[in-house]
Structure formats: structure tokens, C-alpha cells
Design a protein around this ligand. Sequence first.
Ligand code: AMP
Length: 566
Amino acid sequence: MPSADEPSTTFADLQLREELVRALATLGYEEPTPIQREAIPLLLAGEDLLGQAATGTGKTAAFALPMLQGLEQRGRGSAPVCLVLAPTRELAMQVSEATHRYGRDLFGAGSGARVLPVYGGPPIGRQLRELERGVDIVVGTPGRVIDHIHRGTLKLDQLRTVVLDEADEMLDMGFAEDIEAILEAAPASRQTVLFSATIPSRIDKLARKYLRNPVRIEIQKETAPAGEAPKVRQSAYVVARPHKPTVLGRVLDVEAPEAAIVFCRTREEVDSLTETLNGRGYRAEALHGGLSQEQRDKVMGRLRGRTADLLVATDVAARGLDVDHLTHVVNYNVPSAPEAYVHRIGRVGRAGREGVAITLAEPREHRMLKTIERVTGSKITMEKVPTVADLQARRLELTRAALHEALIEDELDGFSVVLDALTDEYDVVQVALAAIKLAHEGSTGPAGEDEEDIPTAAPASSAAPRPGTAGRGGEARPPRRTRTDGARVFVGLGRAAGVRPQDLVGAITGETTLSGRDIGAIEISDRFALVEVPEAAADEVVAALRATQIKGRKATVRRDRGPGKQ
Ligand code: AMP
């Protein structure tokens, strides 16, 4: 992580093709993450790579961008030139979607890289047709990839790059044999890339057997020097993605920061979270690389002048920023590297004051949190999401404190006529309780819509192989990372196109089997909308919305993989 005054590396500095740089800018990626900075030049130079990196580091783009860079317009045949192996159907889908997004501007408008996810579960027919038509990059689970090889529908002879993503998990799931068979069948001249969160001896052995003089990269390099470690209380909440805005609100209510920075990954995430927070009554300002210097100064002015108390920002935009009264740093996602974490939390806990760092981690990101703990040598306490009862208790406490202050101030004489009038009819305790109720509701408002307890999300464990998942049979099992709490669908039209929640509800209920009750939260920003639907119906909703028009227009529709992650 470069320090505040070091010039930062851009994607263009990494010699990536202009079409790729443009796609990344559209996605709001402001600069490469550490793993991307290190891996991309090596992979472009054709090196084999052994990378130790967990989810959340940006490793997907680290291997996907060089693969895309290598695709040639001419001589695009039907057999794939890149193959990515991933442990689960979810990851295969995510990697495939991300790669598709990064490569969408290649080969002219409306064309893009041909990326095909291949996994067990859905009927094999569509995959067969796509393979026949020709693809550039295949992303698949080892079992299904082997099936296609045996059927003769997937040819490996043109492969130039093979990527093993989350290799440790693939071995844990019993895919060792399949992986070796695939690597044996791939051309010897290929480039091989292996990413793994941990490098146990089995991975090391695999790498020694199948990688040629690999360069080894670890993202956790240095530990923070002891003296630099700020005095910061660090805690984390494991939350499923759809609940993140609500959990953030609750944590902010309970923590009541004087001023806080909330770090997000992308510009889109900054914008949409700022909007959500403002919609929920917080005073939040967005800060990202898309703002002019003048806009930036205004935002900072509002924060310093305390007309705003939350700054929602990307790392790049917040670099070098110094706000005296900052008490809290919130990581809306686990940062992409321990260094980024250290930089972020270094903004509080100065001058001997205690600061607070709060991280919201999705179940999958739990591992990265452990890595950060190890590298920084500091403990991050796992906290329970405040319950509705906690919130109410906290709000009552605030009301009590406010009344206590009023009693101390003792400027109450002017109100005695009201008391006298009421005590003729009511007991004085009753009158006091009614007054407390009014004071309480006046400061907190009546109970909001958020007042439902949030199901606890357990960290995704990935250590031990699960009984019965050995071998290819594992693929038929329900994927381990299925969310039980709903999926989000991204619709590429927003307020600017006049889209309102009822338009989306209308389109979904009109075109699918869902009823209005099945549809969860709807967030609409200027340029896009996010709709929560049951996981099981997500594909149906995506297909239906793609086929129809919203407000008379066709929209880009897909599953949303992360807040602002597009
Ligand atoms: P990964 O570790 O590949 O699962 O990526 C984690 C998340 O970070 C994904 O949601 C990506 O969209 C996002 N991401 C990857 N690279 C960047 C970047 N350079 N800037 C901002 N977000 C990124």
C-alpha cells in the first residue's frame, strides 16, 4: 500500500489494454489492489505464479486481466485459450461474471470476451452449445470440466493459461485427482497460475509438480512496527450481504461516533451507501476519485464544520486525509490487504485518544480477517450484531441522559403550568412517563422499518474436508456457499430513467412466478437499481427482466455479487 505521499500505481501503469482500463473505470475501481499490482506484470510477462491470497484481496482481477489482455482478435478459434478451475459453483459463477465484465469492451462494441462458466447442476445442454459455438475462457469446477473433457466437448489443446483458484479448497473438497488429470491433459507449454489462501505442503507439492519456476507472491508481507500500532479498539461483525446497510446503521447507532469514515471498495459502492445512509437519516457525505477538487473541499468542509458526521470514501480518495475529531473507522468490507487495514485504522486513535475500528465481514471474508489479525498482531474482537432490544436499550439510555441534563440545567419553571393543569386529573408519575415518551420519540422517532432482528451469519469455514465430498460426487451436493438469505439482482436503470420501486415490482410480478411479498428491499440510485429476491428465484428474475422492458427500455440485468461490485 503506498503511503499518502507516494505516487500510486494505476491500471494504465500496468500496461493493460485501453479497453480493460476503461471497463475497470466504469466499475469504479480506482487503483489496483496490492495483489493486482504485483501479479499483473508477472502474468503479462508469461511467468507461472504461486499466489497466496484470500477472497477479498482482488485476486480474481489479478489473474483475469492478464488472461483477457492475451486474447487476440484474429485467429479466435472455438477451443478456449484459458481455463480457470474453482472449487464451487458459486465461485465459478463469480469469476466468470467478473471476467466477463472486465472483458466486455474487447473486440469492439457488443462483442466482448467469450467467457463460459461450467459447473454441475444445470442441464449440460447450454454449456454444450456454447462450447460448440466457441469460447475464449472457461471457468469451471473440476468435476464438470472433467466430464466435458471425457465427452470430447472441451478441448484443452489450445490452452495458454490454466488458473487454479482457491486451490486449497479444491484439494479439501477432494478434487486433487481431477485437477492433476486436467493439468496433465493441458499443453506443457501453458502458463500455470495457482492462487490459494494457505499454502500447506499438498499445495506446495502440486505447485512443484505442475508450475515452472513459479514466482511466489504473498500479500501479507510486513507486520506493522510495534510503535506505529495505534490505540484502537478493533471489532468485526460477520454479516450476510443483504443485511449490511441495516447492520451498519445499528452499529452506528450504538457506537454514536463523533465522526466516522466508512471505507468502501468502489465509487458505486460509495455512492449507493451514502444514499442509503442519508435515506435512513444519517448525515453522510461521499468522497471518491470521481469528485472535482472543489467538490472534495466542500465535502471536507462539511465534515470539519460538523454538518456531516459520516464520510463514505474509497481508499484512494481518503488518502492523506486528516480529520481531527474522527473517532471511528468503519470497513464496509474487509480491506483487500492487511496494509490497507493498517492505513485505514491509523486515522483514529491519535494523540492518545482511543479510536474505534469496525469491520463488516461477509461469511466468506472471515479468513482475510484472520490474516489481518496475524499480520498486524492485534486482536479483532468478533461482536454480535446489536439486537432490536440492544438498540432500544441504547435509545432509552440516550433519552435518560437527555432528561438528566435538563434536570441539571434546571430551567423548568416555564413548564409548571402544564404540569399543574395535568396533575389535577393525573398522577404526577403518569405525567412524567408521558413526557418521557414524547421526549424519546422526539429524538429517535417512532420505531423504524428496520426493527427486525437479523439472522446470525456464521463465518464460512473452509478447513476440514466434509465427509462425503471426496471425489467428483462432491459436485452434486448443494454448494457450500449458498446464501440462505436471498440474492440481489442488479438492474442497469435507475432514477435517471424514471424507474420507481413499483415499476420493478410490477415487472417482476408480471413476468415471473413471484408475488410482491417475495420481493425484498429495493434500492434505486441514479443509474441502477438493486432488488432483493429469494435466492431460488434469482435466475428466473434475471432471465425475465432481461427479456422484458422497464420504463420502455431494455436494461442490463444480472445477479449482484457485492455492494457496488459490478
Ligand atoms: P476477490 O478477492 O477477487 O474476490 O475480489 C473482492 C472484491 O473486490 C470484488 O468485489 C471485486 O469486485 C473488488 N475489487 C477487485 N479489485 C478491485 C479494485 N482494484 N478496486 C476496487 N474493488 C476491487
